[in-house]
Design a protein around this ligand. Structure first.
Ligand code: ARG
Length: 570
């Protein structure tokens, strides 16, 4: 994409000594109103290095600049303001989008590089609740964003399928459960058993000992322990896969924590060899005092492994298997310390790639002011939220358009889209108070609003075919019809797409794309209301239709990046 910022940066860097294109691009701003230019270069930072007043630098560049794309340049109090040649600009943007189609916005910066993304990773035998939605949708968006930038992505679901909690579950099942109830009740019954274990163990500490013993058995390959464990895993996976299908999320690998059971021994040996492990009352840990962190427990007294042990082993395995350039972990910030600890251990083991490990933390989800707790049963199941959202969408659609074909499919796309978009609409690090009202809100700056704008663009294009015969959107549009205010404003939004994707990738922040889609949809809706499209004048009509096609392409590409579908009709 001919990025105007980069074009200007290139020209300016060829005029000034000692600044690269990138240096200049980093300084260029988009002024809040176009009277101050479409783009503007503040010359204050340049002034230090060039030992010249900002105003003089701006004047100097102004004299030497020569670009067809720029209509005029003005030097005002140390700023150099660029005014685009609107016709030229319109022509370039429309041509670029139409010719690149579903690749519009993509880049090949990541060609030949691999990123491993560990996301979603729910815990077996516990319901998939609204907090896991965050990791799932943020991770999925990062996966798509990185892929669109040319990276090879490996999405890993690091299922929580190992650990003492399975000992607890086995004890509870043996004491209070039966196979019939588990078969019928699924995860709900497993949760009931788990909660019961916690209630009972409060006054019967022996239960905890029994649970630990069962987990040791499991790690040692005891038949009965493994049989029950496999069964719990199968039951949970059925539910998880149903949810991933609804969400349209895909993983390249489901290697959960249990996968590393036979690989941890070698890692523990390495830690000993490197003199990092220290015995403490029969347990083994890595001291991290020098880095102002709590010690990381690697083996318990009874020899069983921990969350840390499995994460360290998994990272080494992934490096060997995928030769990643980056490995990303998406969890809430309550796990910050956990990740800092084991990233440090990887470094202390001498792996220089410890710098390529990135923890992408997000805010916590609470439920009407109370924190979510699986143990206390204070949770909202994601599947319930998705189903309710789908049902609500269907009700709205039935009232509006009762004869619509594929109503169920569209209701799913929009209902699920609303929930995903809502989750991705604020900075990831912000805490979220889950509210049903908010999750099922379709008005204002929501996923359905963006999807609806896309459907509106599709329907204009379809109408044009009906009214005027086959529609061939030509690349050679008469761009003199694309220069009024709402149109240029819309073109500017369209032109920002790849910059927004890049910054979403750099900041690991999918909400930048959701924000962008809202801005684009709003610019489109303004254009739609102010500029009649299906007019008699052929060249005006064709120019506007070409622009509508560009909007459709860009909205669709953007929605896809954050994991939403783009139905043609709503
Ligand atoms: N299962 C964990 C949880 O639900 C998340 C795992 C994240 N990934 C990792 N490699 N630690 O909190």
């Amino acid at each position: 994409m001919k990025n105007y910022k980069m074009l200007i940066a290139k020209e300016v860097s060829s005029i000034l000594d000692g600044f690269t294109e990138k240096d200049i691009a980093a300084l260029i701003e988009y002024p809040p109103n176009s009277e101050m230019g479409d783009l503007s270069l503040p010359c204050f930072i340049l002034s230090k290095k060039l030992r010249k007043a900002p105003q003089a630098i701006a004047d100097d560049i102004k004299q030497h600049i020569k670009m067809d794309e720029i209509q005029r340049v003005e030097s005002v109090s140390g700023y150099l303001n660029f005014y685009l040649n609107n016709e030229r600009f319109a022509e370039t943007i429309v041509k670029t989008i139409l010719s690149q189609g579903d690749q519009y916005g993509s880049q090949d910066a990541g060609k030949g590089k691999t990123v491993v993304i560990d996301f979603s990773s729910p815990n077996i035998a516990k319901p998939f609740h609204v907090a896991h939605l965050r990791s799932t949708v943020i991770g999925n968006a990062l996966y798509r964003i990185y892929s669109f930038q040319g990276y090879t992505c490996i999405g890993i679901n690091h299922l929580g399928d190992w650990g003492t909690q399975f000992g607890k579950l086995i004890v509870a099942y043996e004491l209070w459960g039966n196979s019939n109830d588990v078969e019928i009740g699924g995860i709900d019954e497993l949760l009931r058993l788990y909660v019961k274990f916690h209630d009972e163990s409060e006054h019967n500490p022996l239960l905890e000992d029994q649970a630990r013993a069962w987990f040791v058995k499991l790690e040692q390959g005891d038949q009965e322990a493994l049989r029950l464990w496999h069964w719990f895993v199968d039951i949970s996976m059925k539910e998880f896969k149903r949810i991933y299908q609804l969400l349209g999320v895909h993983f390249d690998s489901y290697t959960g924590e249990s996968f590393y059971n036979d690989k941890m021994g070698a890692v523990v040996e390495k830690l000993k060899e490197k003199d990092l492990l220290e015995e403490d009352q029969g347990a083994w840990l890595v001291r991290l005092d020098a880095f102002e962190m709590a010690p990381a427990l690697i083996l318990k007294k009874d020899g069983s492994s921990l969350y840390h042990t499995r994460d360290i082993t998994a990272a080494i395995y992934r490096k060997e298997t995928y030769r990643f350039d980056k490995a990303i972990y998406v969890t809430d910030y309550a796990q910050n310390h956990h990740f800092q600890q084991w990233f440090k251990i990887i470094e202390l083991m001498g792996h220089e790639w410890s710098n390529d490990l990135i923890h992408v933390a997000f805010g916590r989800v609470s439920l009407e002011g109370m924190s979510l707790s699986t143990r206390k049963g204070n949770i909202v199941k994601l599947e319930d939220v998705l189903q309710q959202s789908i049902a609500k969408t269907k009700t709205i659609m039935e009232a509006r358009n009762p004869d619509m074909e594929n109503m169920d499919e569209v209701a799913r796309q929009v209902g699920v889209g609303a929930v995903i978009f809502n989750d991705l609409s604020t900075n990831r690090i912000k805490d979220i108070v889950f509210s049903w009202e908010e999750a099922l809100n379709f008005e204002g700056e929501t996923g359905p609003y963006v999807q609806y704008s896309h459907a509106r663009a599709s329907s204009v294009l379809a109408k044009a075919v009906n009214q005027f015969g086959t529609l061939i959107v030509e690349m050679e549009v008469s761009s003199e019809h694309l220069i009024n205010d709402p149109t240029i404003n819309l073109l500017k939004e369209l032109s920002m797409f790849s910059e927004r994707i890049e910054s979403a990738m750099q900041k690991l922040e999918p909400s930048i794309i959701s924000r962008y889609l809202i801005d684009l949809a709003q610019a489109f809706n303004r254009f739609y209301h102010e500029c009649p499209i299906l007019v008699d004048n052929v060249s005006v009509r064709e120019a506007r239709l070409a622009l509508v096609k560009c909007v459709k392409i860009t909205l669709r590409n953007g929605l896809k990046l954050i994991g939403l579908e783009s139905p043609e009709k709503i």
